[in-house]
Write a protein that binds this ligand. Structure first.
Ligand code: UD1
Ligand code: CA
Length: 467
């Protein structure tokens, strides 16, 4: 999109967020794994404006610090101008604090910092409408089932915009109005500046309402229009924990629909937790109760059973993850099978066709192509080649109380059950390890190592047979 050289986007995020009842500033509360403010910044960036400003106030240092250090992970590369609002006396004061920035531009898009469900396409259409039918101000409205708490759009007899009346100041008639102010507005910058100078404190908290500027602009005989949006969920403002949970549910539902549109089968779309940026290939089947989070991508034709948790991982095509599998920061190549109840800890790599089964834990290890760790094992700091079979209950003893050490198991090694590898140790290709062995020295290629005491069978004295 062409840079909108006359447009500035201003995000208001200075409020106290009192109703969250939290020590964490409201903009930093997480929805589907990302702070609320990140959604606003991403949307602002997508509009390609000339400048993006964020008004901060409550816990401003923490908010600025977190935003600055997270921009890369949110893929926000546009420069952000932070404006500090020193006295938290309402959304009108927040915009006033940003005047030095705003007056450089013809048009200002103002977004409340607590509406993460807004869609870029909606804002684009609103901007287009504003360009085609210039006016002093335009407010985005929606009609909601429960308007309580929101500013109401009051229209005159001809249906034209009259004013926004805040919930706290609304009489019974106004409270009946279901059309609400979303907190997203486009302004002619000059008129906004003029209106801001005329604001007076209002309501029970003596606040300067940004919403009053629209009525004031109208009184200047400048047209104010309402841009109505059918999907009211886009305007959900997050003021309390219940609304935070509601936003999370709506975003997840949107993601579920997007996945299904891409050919993913969700057995119960209400019961999967898939983060926004996760990618999943067609014909993959996802059972209920799964968490697929962070920077994760999953290939085609996979089966992800219930209770599976995957975070920041890459899963190839045709992989089966059985119930209860837990995977973090790992790579699983095509046709692998994992679980039930297996754990891949960070920096694990399963090469194509590998199998990790029941109650096995893998940490910072490579499991080679087609190798199997099927039962009750712990494999840590290990380089395992292809075609290895690891017997039940095998443990790499990688920690000596001070340091971690590596185990190397080369191609086609056969490990019997209940073997301990005391690292650092290497087992060369085609070697075989007898069951119950504790391996402390290198095992040469093709050899058989047995490291356990021999069985002794003694006759029990003074006891008759079959006693
Ligand atoms: C606001 C609107 C209301 C609208 C609703 C939509 C006003 C007066 N009312 O109400 O008409 O229906 O949003 O969600 O704007 N903020 C500051 N500095 C302040 C106070 C607030 O930056 O001093 C920021 C907040 O961080 C927030 C936004 O402004 O992002 C709106 O403030 P909030 O207190 O949430 O307003 P609402 O009561 O929800
Ligand atoms: Ca709000």
């Amino acid at each position: 999109m062409v840079a909108k050289k006359n447009l500035c986007v201003l995000i208001l995020a200075a409020g106290k967020g009192t109703r969250m009842k939290s020590s964490l500033p409201k903009p930093l509360h997480s929805v589907c794994g990302f702070p609320i403010i990140s959604y606003l910044l991403k949307a602002a960036q997508a509009l390609n404006p000339a400048a993006i400003g964020v008004v901060v106030g409550h816990e401003s240092d923490q908010v600025i610090e977190t935003i600055k250090s997270s921009l890369t992970s949110w893929q926000v590369t546009a420069p952000i101008v932070f404006v500090k609002q020193t006295e938290l006396t309402g959304s009108g004061s927040a915009v006033k604090a940003a005047l030095p920035l705003l007056q450089k531009f013809e048009t200002v898009l103002i977004l409340n910092g607590d509406t993460p469900l807004l869609q870029v396409t909606t804002l684009e259409q609103m901007i287009k409408q504003f360009e085609e039918h210039p006016c002093g101000a335009m407010v985005l409205s929606v009609t909601v089932p429960n308007p309580s708490g929101y500013g109401r759009i009051v229209r005159g007899e001809t249906g034209k915009f009259e004013a926004i009346v805040e919930d706290a100041d609304a009489d019974l008639t106004v409270k009946q109005i279901a059309e609400i102010n979303s907190g997203m507005y486009l302004f002619n910058s000059k008129l906004l500046q003029m209106a801001l100078t005329q604001l007076s404190p209002q309501g029970p908290k003596n606040e300067y309402y940004l919403t009053d500027t629209l009525g004031l602009i109208k009184q200047m005989n400048q047209p104010v229009s309402v841009y109505e949006v059918p999907d009211f969920t886009e305007a959900l403002g997050i003021n309390c924990r219940a609304q935070l949970a509601e936003a999370e549910q709506i975003l997840r539902a949107r993601k579920a629909v997007a996945l299904m549109d891409d050919g993913v089968a969700l057995i119960n779309p209400q019961d999967v937790y898939v983060d926004e940026q996760v990618q999943i290939g067609a014909d993959t089947v996802i059972y209920p109760g799964t968490y697929i989070l962070g920077n994760t991508s999953i290939g085609k034709n996979c089966v992800i059973e219930g209770g599976v948790y995957i975070k920041d991982s890459t899963i190839g095509d045709n992989v089966t993850l059985k119930m209860g599998t837990y995977i973090e920061e790992s790579t699983v190549e095509e046709t692998c099978q994992i679980g039930p109840y297996a754990h891949l800890r960070p920096q694990s790599v399963l090469k194509a066709g590998a199998k990790v089964g029941n109650f096995s834990e893998i940490k910072k290890s490579v499991i080679g192509e087609g190798s199997k760790v099927n039962h009750l094992s712990y494999i840590g700091d290990t380089q395992m080649g292809a075609g290895v079979n690891v017997g039940a209950g095998t443990i790499t003893c990688n920690y000596d109380g001070k340091n971690k050490h590596q185990t190397i198991i080369e191609d086609h090694v056969f490990v019997g059950s209940n073997v301990n590898f005391v690292a650092p140790v290497s087992v060369r290709e085609y070697a075989k390890i007898g069951a119950g062995s504790t391996i402390t020295k290198e095992v040469p290629a093709g050899s058989l190592a047995i490291a356990r005491s021999r069985q002794v069978v003694l006759e029990k004295k003074g006891v008759k047979k079959n006693d």
